[in-house]
Design a protein around this ligand. Structure first.
Ligand SMILES: [Zn+2]
Length: 218
């Protein structure tokens, strides 16, 4: 079985996309195929696959158990930090419990999808790196939602993060103050604790042991 078919058996990512009208529409003109059948072996027993430039709208991502998917013609100068970011996602999947404890120490709690109001849930972009645990609440209360800007014409690259307050029921663009105190006013990819950690750690990443040091920080 090819690598992507094997990944699909584990995460059901595309079957979930197919069952979600807005995400399905966002993918319908994109071609999710590898450029060739060659995988490049990399550190921590990962494999790098070069994808068609439109796969996931050209966004690098990972698939289980160990695949790093990079679009063809990705800018060379951005590759080192991007590969580190994706390597961290592979590690988050492999050591999910350890990472989840880290996120919980930071102040996050996982939230079942069924708790998110349907009118917003159906506008949320699915992300292969977070598909198994899509939603987390900051301080038990503030849930970042990655919303397609246009529900009628969704684009994987046109997504805004809004914060749904579970206590008041209000959804707003501004992150809560306590979140800004920890992550800054405008952190990149505030949609999910896995993304925040991958962004933060990939900036300083040099060797795999940096991941363990980072996990001990909080
Ligand atoms: Zn990511």
């Amino acid at each position: 079985m090819d690598k992507l078919a094997q990944a699909e058996q584990i995460d059901s990512y595309f079957s979930r996309i197919q069952n979600d009208p807005v995400n399905r529409r966002a993918h319908q003109t994109l071609s999710y195929t590898p450029m060739n059948n060659e995988v490049k072996r990399w550190i921590l027993d990962t494999e790098i696959l070069t994808m068609h430039p439109t796969a996931e709208a050209g966004l690098p991502h990972t698939r289980p158990p160990n695949l790093i998917c990079i679009p063809a013609y990705y800018p060379e100068q951005r590759l080192p930090e991007t590969l580190a970011h994706e390597l961290i996602h592979v590690d988050q999947r492999r050591r999910r419990i350890k990472w989840n404890r880290f996120f919980e120490r930071q102040g996050w709690t996982p939230l079942p999808e069924s708790e998110v109001p349907l009118r917003w849930l159906q506008r949320c972009r699915m992300n292969p790196d977070t598909i198994d645990e899509r939603f987390w609440a900051w301080k038990g209360r503030h849930v970042p939602l990655p919303l397609f800007e246009r529900e009628d014409n969704p684009d994987l690259r046109q997504v805004v993060i809004h914060w749904w307050d579970r206590e008041t029921g209000i959804k707003q663009a501004q992150a809560p103050r306590s979140f800004q105190e920890r992550f800054g006013s405008f952190p990149s990819q505030p949609e999910h604790p896995r993304e925040l950690a991958a962004v933060e750690l990939s900036k300083i990443f040099q060797t795999p042991s940096d991941i363990d040091s980072y996990l001990q920080l909080e």
